[in-house]
Design a protein around this ligand. Structure first.
Ligand code: FES
Length: 131
């Protein structure tokens, strides 16, 4: 496990994100509720740069008395990111796909120390050709 200093605490305002490379791994760093959350920038669908997608509050579709769509609104707290390749949508706080709990972003540990944000990257396992 290797640790990398990636930002100062004040570099990201509430609700902002930054994508960077640390230890050869692309990472998306988000600030929500005053804390830092990091995910690998690889969509579990087909590997797209999910952390470079758009951020917005979760949309709640509302049905009328007949069951037909009657409008929509934005959730007060839930914030999602949408993968720019095919539109898969993930809760930024949990990394879980909003439509399927089977798809999840890969977490990256964050640590706030001395006013700086650090991430911990697991050492990659080298795979030989088996020869
Ligand atoms: S690669 Fe992200 S939605 Fe397909």
């Amino acid at each position: 496990m290797a640790e990398y200093r990636v930002a100062r605490e004040g570099d990201l305002a509430e609700g902002e994100k930054r994508v960077f490379v640390a230890g050869g791994v692309e990472i998306g760093l988000f600030r929500l509720d005053g804390r830092f959350i990091a995910w690998r920038n690889a969509c579990p669908h087909q590997g797209g740069p999910v952390c470079q997608g758009r951020i917005f509050r979760r949309v709640i579709a509302e049905a009328g008395e007949t069951g037909r769509p009657a409008g929509r609104r934005y959730h007060e707290r839930d914030v999602n990111i949408v993968c720019p390749w095919h539109g898969a949508e993930f809760d930024i706080r949990t990394g879980v796909h909003v439509g399927s709990g089977l798809l999840r972003l890969a977490p990256v540990a964050t640590l706030l120390r001395d006013g700086a944000v650090h991430v911990a990257i697991a050492d990659e396992v080298e795979h030989g050709d088996g020869a």
